[in-house]
Design a binder for this molecule. Structure first.
Ligand SMILES: NC(=O)c1ccc[n+]([C@@H]2O[C@H](COP(=O)([O-])OP(=O)(O)OC[C@H]3O[C@@H](n4cnc5c(N)ncnc54)[C@H](OP(=O)(O)O)[C@@H]3O)[C@@H](O)[C@H]2O)c1
Length: 216
C-alpha cells in the first residue's frame, strides 16, 4: 500500500489531490498547519491528519516523526503554497510583485519545500518506490512573463512588448494542469515500482523519482 503525504491538504488542489488518491486506494496523510481545519479535512477525506506548518522547522520535524511512527512514507507532495493578493483580492503576479511582497511567498513556497523535503527523505529512502512531487506555478515565473513564447500563453500577464530574457537553469518539465499532482503520483509510482529497488541498491542512495506538477 502506498502512503502519501500532501502538504496543505485542507483545501484547493491539495484537498482535491488527496481526495483522488484516497479514492484510488492510497493511504493519504493530509498535512495541515491548523489542527481544526486539518481535522475537518482529514475526516472528510478519510485521510490521516498530519500537523505540518512548512514555515516552522519544529513542526516539520514533528510531522516527520509522526509519519515515521505511523509506518513510513512512499510519496511526498509539496503542495502547500500562498500567493500575493491585493486589497481587492486580485492576485499579484511575478511581474508586479515588490521584494517585500515576494518575501513571505518565498518563505512558504520555496523555503517550505527546502525544509520539508530533506526532513522526509530518510523515510522516502526506505520505500521501494519513493516519489517527490513539487507543485509549482507559472504565476511565479519571471521567465514566463518576459519571454516571447510565453506571451501567447499568458496574454494578460505580460508587458505590451515581450522582453528578452534567458533562464540560467531550466525547471523540470511540467506534467500538466489541475490534477497534475495526483496524475504525477500515479504515473511515477507505476513507472518506478518495478525498477526502483534495483536502482536503489545500485546507487545506494537517493529518491528514485521526482515529478514537477505545474498548475499555472
Ligand atoms: N489554484 C491554482 O490555480 C494554482 C495555480 C498555480 C499554482 N498553484 C499551486 O498549487 C498549490 C496549491 O494551491 P491552491 O490554489 O490549492 O491554494 P489554496 O487553495 O490557497 O490552498 C493552499 C493550501 O496550502 C496550505 N498552506 C499555506 N501555507 C501553509 C504553511 N505555511 N504550512 C502548511 N500549509 C500551508 C493552506 O492551508 P490553510 O488552510 O491553513 O490556509 C492550504 O491547505 C500551491 O503551491 C500553488 O502555488 C495553484
Amino acid at each position: 500500500m502506498t502512503t502519501i503525504l500532501i502538504t496543505g491538504a485542507t483545501k484547493g488542489l491539495g484537498f482535491e489531490t488527496a481526495r483522488r488518491l484516497v479514492a484510488a486506494g492510497h493511504t493519504v496523510c493530509a498535512g495541515s498547519r491548523d489542527a481544526e481545519r486539518g481535522r475537518r479535512a482529514a475526516e472528510q477525506l478519510g485521510a490521516r491528519l498530519v500537523l505540518l506548518d512548512v514555515t516552522d522547522e519544529a513542526s516539520v520535524a514533528a510531522a516527520a516523526r509522526a509519519v515515521e511512527a505511523d509506518g513510513g512514507l512512499d510519496v511526498l507532495v509539496n503542495n502547500a503554497g500562498v500567493e500575493g493578493r491585493r486589497p481587492d483580492g486580485s492576485v499579484v503576479g511575478a511581474a508586479e510583485a515588490t521584494a517585500e511582497q515576494a518575501r513571505p511567498l518565498f518563505e512558504t513556497n520555496v523555503l517550505g519545500v527546502v525544509r520539508v523535503t530533506p526532513a522526509f527523505l530518510p523515510l522516502l529512502q526506505r520505500s521501494s518506490a519513493p516519489v517527490v512531487v513539487n507543485v509549482s506555478s507559472g504565476l511565479a515565473s519571471l521567465t514566463r512573463v518576459t519571454v516571447r513564447a510565453a506571451a501567447a500563453r499568458y496574454p494578460l500577464r505580460v508587458p505590451p512588448a515581450p522582453v528578452s530574457a534567458h533562464a540560467a537553469c531550466q525547471a523540470p518539465v511540467s506534467t500538466g494542469r489541475c490534477g497534475a499532482a495526483a496524475a504525477a503520483v500515479q504515473e511515477r509510482q507505476a513507472s518506478t515500482a518495478s525498477a526502483s529497488t534495483s536502482r536503489m541498491s545500485a546507487s545506494g542512495s537517493g529518491t528514485q523519482a521526482s515529478a514537477s506538477a505545474c498548475t499555472e
